[in-house]
Design a protein around this ligand. Structure first.
Ligand SMILES: Cc1cc2nc3c(=O)[nH]c(=O)nc-3n(C[C@H](O)[C@H](O)[C@H](O)COP(=O)(O)O)c2cc1C
Length: 323
């Protein structure tokens, strides 16, 4: 059987398949199950910055684009900092896989001190989900990017465990963001967060959540950036969005992702379905006589193909020549 072991954020993972952050990982029972199923790591449900801020009676006025969604799509997740720390400790006790704690924040203000407590509670790493969205046409985008960089610099000065930064893909220059997050000390990036989508209920004439769960074809817009960034920047990349089959997981890994994160599939098909991804990767490697997962990238030499990713629009679709 092939060797799926990989190193992500300096952690030794038995395979690259991670149970991504969601309300499913806010259950000790599910964490135990994910661990027994043999996942490479588990990212806990995020603690939202608002929860920390409201505890301190100083609720930030910025609207957060995600907290609404995640509270709405599952049971309400209103837990404060102490319960979160306790949860990290319990999760560590029941899991053989590394535990990556997660904080979802908009800026540099609230939670960087709290990160130290997460480290003390035994988390193996932290994933910071940085998702600031501006609704102010006068706000300079460079200032927003600075918030991201300051947050990472600050947290890295306070803790020793590895830090991954999860970002969305609404940036003018994604490789610039990834490069500078790395320069600020990020050990890895998670590409990408999938933001809350809004539709309109035509009968009620009100906004409603739309497509809460991803579909497999959403992976392809992420794959482009995984491939481009892995080629340009020496940083660990975890691919998140659309991992519904081993095929997509393998494509992400070939494109240069060190790990893949699975969420919607496990909502749709049950926690146990994550095993299909691990088994499918194993099957592919055995079938192709590839001994180590790390050889996939080298063997396929997808590197030489990267120029194709730079084409943004179809040019010759009529003659069936896309490249
Ligand atoms: C119901 C639900 C809750 C989520 N909660 C979080 C969260 O607390 N923190 C976070 O970083 N991402 C959260 N996510 C985003 C996922 O971790 C993941 O990035 C996204 O769903 C794309 O992966 P997928 O295509 O496998 O679903 C959540 C997603 C869903 C569907």
């Amino acid at each position: 059987m092939a060797n799926l072991a990989t190193n992500y954020l300096g952690l030794n993972l038995k395979n690259p398949v991670i149970a991504g952050s969601s309300t499913l990982t806010f259950s000790i029972e599910n964490i135990k199950t994910f661990s027994e199923l043999g996942v490479g790591a588990i990212v806990l449900k995020s603690l939202f910055e608002e929860e920390l801020a409201s505890e301190a009676n100083d609720f930030v006025s910025d609207f957060h684009p995600e907290s609404y969604d995640y509270n709405l799509s599952d049971v309400s997740v209103l837990y404060g900092s102490k319960p979160y720390i306790d949860f990290v400790t319990k999760a560590k006790k029941v899991s053989n896989a590394p535990i990556i704690a997660s904080v979802n924040c908009t800026g540099e203000k609230w939670w960087t001190d709290f990160a130290k407590s997460i480290e003390d509670a035994g988390a193996d790493a932290i994933e910071i989900n940085l998702s600031y969205m501006s609704f102010n046409p006068d706000e300079d985008p460079r200032k927003i990017e600075e918030k991201y960089f300051n947050t990472v610099t600050d947290i890295k000065s306070k803790i020793k465990i590895p830090v991954a930064v999860k970002i969305g893909h609404f940036f003018t220059n994604i490789p610039y963001m990834v490069k500078n997050l790395k320069n600020c000390g990020a050990d890895g990036v998670t590409l990408f967060n999938r933001y809350y989508r809004v539709g309109i209920n035509l009968d009620k004439k009100e906004y409603m959540p739309a497509n809460v769960y991803s579909s497999a074809d959403e992976a392809y817009s992420v794959l482009r950036w995984v491939a481009i960034c892995s080629n340009l920047i020496d940083i660990d990349i975890s691919a998140s969005t659309g991992v519904h089959s081993p095929d997509i997981a393998l494509q992400y890994i070939m494109a240069g992702a060190k790990t893949v994160q699975v969420v919607s599939k496990t909502y749709k098909n049950g926690v146990e379905s994550i095993k299909e991804i691990i088994d499918g990767i194993n099957f592919y490697l055995d079938k192709n006589n590839i001994e180590n997962i790390s050889d996939i990238y080298k063997e396929i030499k997808i590197n030489n193909e990267v120029k194709r990713l730079e084409r943004l629009q179809y040019m010759k679709i009529a003659s069936n020549k896309l490249f």
